[in-house]
Design a protein around this ligand. Structure first.
Ligand code: FRU
Length: 507
């Protein structure tokens, strides 16, 4: 009798534990801090965006993913897809670790000419080029534990086959030898791989994605070198009919506000060498929480950038429980000429409009020392966008707060010509000593007029100032949503329109 009761209890326990395993991936997307208009995985750990490619009307987003927990671990490629880069559907994991190691960051291309020979019966292959990171080699103190490998898909990215000849590019003995970003260089009918190789970039070329030849190196003495170079990207952009080449290089640590960040170089590329006359370091995003950002392949003349919305300083400790970390809003990149200096600007993609719910516009608002912004029901709580333009920029602060006096301050200091975000009192900050603080970015525009767009989503803010010339991204973890807003200025701040756009949840 006693034995059968024990068996029943054991059976129940097993049932309960099976159920909780089965449920652990179902998500309501309503947990505290869950972004409502940014991609985050249903569960588990995520870092860099990978393999971003647009194909057959679908934007693919792969990402560094550890399905075994909510801290960094053996890396896989998770997968999500979208028709507008705003509404995402997470798909089954695309790439699993193999005998050559974990699947680190990389890119994906549409091999329309079937140069790789992976295509069959007229089906065009999508080819992923990634780093195989061998943890055993790393532990043993070897220098060649990162090598570049291929996988291909003949069903629009749903399933992937690893190439039997992996690795296709062998490490010559450089500890950090990773994150291949591959593009088609049409002028010479060849593929170009931009690879992060410790403290510089190495370019390789290939006719077929399988055989790679070294072309050149760049950057040992240029740009920010506070840490290792990672996740590069190379692409052309036009300004007033002239083509410039943009080289993106992520660096960790060594960012302008500590930890990891994304820098860029403007120059030329001739199929062999990248050259620049740039001497000053330029940053895509000055905030603490944009990293590993690169662009989608195969989007024609548009260049769309997406970053990981975190920082290696504390990414493993932020107080979410089911998943860790989200991506930024996709951003359209353009070049701007500011007094002869060519700069990269970023603005949220136009598709963000697909998600607008309620728009409230206040016309010709004059902020006389302080204005409490009272928005219609349903506009401020949750996720929203704030747009404000000013006839004359001067000191101002925008404070987002809640009933518990937690606050996030976004401001401009005219004397120092600096934007800032202060999250010192924004809620939970004690999980890491580097989290609380005030972060700065230079104002790069010289115009008296100014504009600012804030994308606010539960636990993150992205600031786009002066038509996208200065960008800052910061996460924060308040105990309840910051649903109050006020604007302060020492004098009279004349705005054109102040618009608040309440957004839908993408989930
Ligand atoms: C950047 C990075 C990459 C690497 C990946 C590992 O955040 O360190 O260089 O491929 O993350 O997850």
């Amino acid at each position: 009798m006693q034995k059968s009761i024990k068996l029943i209890i054991l059976g129940l326990l097993i049932l309960v534990s099976f159920k909780s395993v089965a449920q652990s991936d179902n998500t309501s997307y309503q947990e505290p801090y869950r972004p409502q208009m940014h991609f985050s995985p249903a569960a588990h750990w995520m870092n860099d965006p990978n393999g971003m490619v647009y194909y057959n009307g679908i934007y693919h987003l792969f990402f560094q993913y550890y399905p075994g927990g909510i801290t960094w671990g053996p890396m896989h490629w998770g997968h999500a897809e979208s028709r507008d880069m705003i509404h995402w559907k997470q798909l089954p994991t695309a790439l699993y670790p193999d005998s050559l190691g974990y699947i680190f960051s990389g890119s994906a291309v549409v091999d329309s000419n079937n140069t790789s020979g992976f295509g069959k019966n007229g089906r065009i292959p999508l080819v992923a080029i990634f780093t195989n990171h061998d943890p055993k080699g790393e532990r043993e103190g070897k220098n060649d534990f990162q090598n570049e490998s291929l996988a291909y898909s003949l069903d629009n990215g749903n399933t992937w086959t690893k190439y039997s000849g992996n690795p296709v590019l062998k490490n010559p003995g450089i500890r950090d030898f990773r994150d291949p970003k591959v593009m088609w260089y049409a002028a010479e009918h060849k593929w170009i791989m931009t690879l992060a190789t410790q403290d510089h970039i190495t370019f390789f070329s290939s006719p077929d994605l399988k055989n790679w030849t070294k072309e050149s190196e760049f950057g040992k003495e240029l740009g920010a070198h506070g840490g290792v170079w990672e996740c590069p990207d190379l692409f052309p952009l036009k300004l007033k009919g002239k083509t410039y080449w943009v080289l993106i290089v992520n660096v960790n640590p060594g960012g302008p506000n500590g930890g990891s960040a994304t820098q860029y170089f403007i120059g030329g590329f001739d199929g062999n060498k990248f050259t620049t006359i740039q001497t000053k370091t330029k940053w895509v995003d000055y905030g603490p929480d944009e990293y590993a950002g690169i662009t989608w392949n195969n989007t024609g003349n548009r260049k769309i950038f997406l970053g990981w919305m975190s920082n290696w300083q504390y990414a493993n400790q932020v107080p979410t429980e089911k998943w860790r970390n989200a991506m930024t809003i996709p951003r359209e990149l353009k070049l701007k000429d500011v007094n002869g200096d060519i700069l990269l600007s970023s603005e949220p993609v136009a598709e963000l409009k697909n998600n607008y719910a309620k728009v409230q516009t206040f016309k010709n608002v004059v902020v006389n020392k302080k204005l409490n912004v009272t928005a219609k029901a349903g506009v401020l709580p949750g996720q929203y966008i704030l747009k404000m333009n000013m006839q004359h920029i001067m000191d101002y602060t925008i404070t987002l707060s809640n009933q518990k006096n937690e606050e996030l301050i976004i401001g401009y200091d005219a004397g120092k010509k600096q934007y800032y975000i202060d999250r010192t009192k924004s809620g939970k900050t004690d999980f890491n000593k580097d989290f609380a603080g005030r972060f700065f970015a230079p104002r790069l525009s010289n115009s008296a007029q100014s504009d600012i767009t804030l994308v606010v989503d539960k636990a993150s803010v992205e600031l786009f100032a002066d038509n996208g010339l200065t960008i800052m991204t910061a996460t924060y973890f308040p105990s309840t949503h910051l649903n109050k807003m006020s604007i302060s200025t020492p004098d009279k701040l004349k705005t054109g329109n102040l618009t608040i756009i309440g957004c839908n949840s993408i989930w």
